[in-house]
Design a binder for this molecule. Structure first.
Ligand code: RB5
Length: 149
């Protein structure tokens, strides 16, 4: 599985820890974020990751900023992106099984490194449930996005 990761200036250090963790566990990781601490606007950080997902260059995405909120809002403005901002593993699991989320977001100023790794592990190892009611609801999200609802 190929995973894209991106971040703003608040999250470079956590991004590197997550990349190392994923690579040690056999995932291919593509880095779309900033590697420094100089101000880097989170909407800009979201763009290349979302484009890579839309072009199917990566299977899932991870987006990190200070809170996880700004970058999740930004990701969710891109067509076909379902980004979940969360600080717990239950949400990371349920957003895959229920929402077929393709981006997980969290805040480098909110979650610690170990919790962040657990969130990422849960997110990348949990499949979509493919249950009818969840397929229907995700389809409705797409219809809203396409101005059909
Ligand atoms: C940057 O200071 C901060 O605003 C950003 O990382 C994020 O928390 C926004 O939601």
């Amino acid at each position: 599985m190929k995973i894209g990761i991106t971040n703003d200036h608040a999250a470079a250090q956590l991004k590197f820890s997550i990349m190392k963790y994923l690579e040690e566990n056999g995932y291919e990781v593509i880095n779309y974020g900033t590697d420094g601490t100089e101000a880097f606007d989170y909407p800009q950080a979201a763009i290349p990751l979302c484009k890579a997902l839309q072009n199917k260059e990566v299977d899932l995405g991870i987006a990190i900023c200070g809170t996880g909120v700004g970058i999740s809002i930004s990701c969710n403005k891109h067509k076909g992106i379902r980004a979940c901002c969360c600080s717990d593993t239950a949400s990371a699991r349920l957003t895959r099984t229920h929402n077929d989320a393709n981006v997980i977001c969290f805040g480098a100023r909110i979650v610690g490194e170990e919790l962040a790794k657990d969130i990422v592990h849960t997110f990348v190892t949990t499949p979509f449930s493919n249950e009818d009611r969840h397929i229907r609801r995700v389809q409705q999200i797409t219809e809203i996005e396409n101005n059909q609802l």
